[in-house]
Design a protein around this ligand. Structure first.
Ligand code: MAN
Length: 347
């Protein structure tokens, strides 16, 4: 059952609320923000997806070049070597491309509902060959020493997990790729368990296996090992094709509560919950049978890629879980949940 209390103001941010990051492109989608608190405000680290205005008979999209600038590539729509059946991804002559280029942009708010772009905070952009198709879907994990950013690095060589660290959102330490392709949806635990760091991640093994959630541990957040399978897709259910972690697991009295996304073959993205053991997070205590949130609102059903609710950022205040999410791969929305209510569905 859908338990989300959606904000009355939804969607809270749409592409026209921001300016494109460079000349010659438009903002096509705002999606999947990381969330954190800083300087007494609520901040979102938005994924901003851009591309040039599309011309009749052509598909055009930006990519980063080796100098750190942006080139526009363009293919004829009726070219026999072009496969363009998914609005998000195309194949040309054996190479895969994304139809948009994403960067990450900071916005902040005093009330958690009305967001604006503050002065003096530069966007985060793809850098180097591993990020030539952009950076996406950043989880922001707040720890004692600062903010740990785990995000999707995309290039023609694959999709992997990147890691950057900051204390002030102005200077960033680039800590490289922590999970190589194909991997995404990496959420760090905010505290150590038994002296070790833990992360949820989602490798894909489509030929044998699937898009499953795994757990890894690390002494230093850089070197990850002892990988353990955590949860698989479920045949015949809403999460039969792919699953992946949302933001950091939430410590509750019953265990670690993880909000995750799942989709079936029809690409309808819903949210569910997993409950993991406090001491041994590789042990799943319970899992949602029904989604806790489904694409129901108009702005969730229709968009750049409709029928999507996707979250990778939240704030917890007592029993209140406030998620920010990408709706229809197009706009940003927010919703509140009661943690106790979610836990009840996991009994
Ligand atoms: C999938 C979707 C897209 C995303 C790419 C690369 O196709 O999740 O939104 O851009 O993967 O991560």
């Amino acid at each position: 059952m859908d338990q989300a209390k959606r904000f009355r103001e939804n969607p809270i941010l749409t592409p026209s609320d921001l300016n494109p990051s460079i000349d010659g492109v438009e903002i096509e989608c705002l999606l999947n923000p990381g969330v954190f608190q800083f300087n007494g405000k609520t901040w979102l680290l938005l994924r901003v997806a851009e591309r040039p205005t599309q011309q009749e008979g052509k598909v055009s999209f930006p990519v980063h070049n080796e100098q750190g600038g942006v080139d526009i590539l363009s293919f004829e729509k009726d070219h026999p070597a072009l496969v363009a059946s998914d609005p998000r991804i195309i194949h040309f002559n054996g190479t895969d491309y994304l139809t948009t280029l994403s960067h990450l942009r900071l916005v902040c708010s005093d009330d958690g509902i009305h967001f604006y772009e503050p002065e003096g905070f530069a966007p985060l952009r793809g850098m180097g060959t591993q990020e030539s198709f952009g950076i996406e879907d950043c989880r922001v994990t707040t720890m004692n020493d600062g903010y740990h950013l785990t995000y999707t690095k995309v290039s023609e060589f694959g999709v992997g997990v990147g890691y950057r660290f900051t204390k002030d959102w102005k200077y960033f330490e680039h800590r490289g790729m922590i999970f190589p392709p194909h991997n995404k949806d990496c959420a760090l635990f905010e505290s150590k368990i038994g002296g070790k760091y833990f992360a949820l991640h989602r490798p894909s093994s489509p030929d044998l296996g699937g898009n499953y959630m795994w757990l890894a541990e690390s002494p230093d957040l850089l070197h990850w090992g002892n990988h353990q399978l955590l949860a698989v897709t479920r045949t015949g259910m809403w999460d039969s094709e792919r699953i992946g972690a949302g933001a950091s697991p939430i410590r509750t009295e019953k265990g670690w509560l993880e909000i995750y996304h799942g989709a079936a073959a029809d690409h309808r993205y819903c949210l569910g919950a997993l409950l993991l053991d406090h001491e041994n997070p590789a042990r799943v205590i319970a899992r949602s049978i029904e989604p806790i949130m489904e694409p129901l609102a108009h702005y969730e059903k229709f968009g750049f890629f409709g029928n999507v609710v996707f979250t990778n950022g939240h704030l917890v205040d007592g029993d209140k879980l406030r998620i920010y999410y990408g709706a229809g791969d197009k706009v940003i929305a927010g919703a509140d949940f009661s943690i106790q209510e979610i836990l009840k569905t996991l009994e």
